[in-house]
Design a protein around this ligand. Structure first.
Ligand code: HEC
Length: 121
């Protein structure tokens, strides 16, 4: 199972690398439509209503579809800065731009999991 996760991260890294541009410190406005596309790289671990979660029971993946956008951005920035130390999310967040984070937050904040009961973390 570790291998499966590793190869998924590899795929995600390629996807992220393709869209990585210089991060800006300015406040950016998220585009939920862009976020929906970007979220394809997250949904393998963070299940979205209507999409199959690759590892629904094996790992403890927090549901992020019911979070406030501000929380999602803050969490991603904390992973990128190293404030949060989870290796997987650090690897992912380190290649996300501020714009990408805002887009993802807008998408998830709009209720990527709207039809699913919030189960907390
Ligand atoms: C390989 C699996 C995997 C992928 C892919 C993944 N995540 Fe995560 N994510 C995790 C795990 C595991 C955690 C819990 C980490 C921890 O305990 O700090 C997490 C935590 C988070 C959190 C913090 C949630 C909270 O409640 O504090 C956010 C936000 C998040 N991920 C967003 C994303 C976004 C956005 C993407 C896509 C760009 C993504 N993740 C891709 C596995 C993944």
């Amino acid at each position: 199972m570790k291998n499966a996760v590793s190869s998924f991260i590899g795929v995600a890294a390629v996807l992220l690398g393709a869209s990585a541009v210089t991060a800006s410190a300015q406040t950016v406005t998220g585009d939920a439509r862009m976020g929906a596309q970007r979220a394809a790289m997250c949904s393998g671990c963070h299940g979205i209503s209507g999409l199959r979660n690759a590892y629904p029971e094996v790992f403890h993946f927090p549901k992020i579809g019911n979070q406030y956008p501000e929380y999602i951005v803050a969490a991603l920035q904390a992973y990128r800065s190293g404030e949060r130390t989870h290796p997987t999310m650090r690897a992912i967040a380190s290649s996300l731009t501020d714009q990408a984070m805002a887009d993802l937050a807008a998408f998830y904040g709009q209720g990527g999991l709207r039809s699913t009961t919030a189960a907390g973390k």
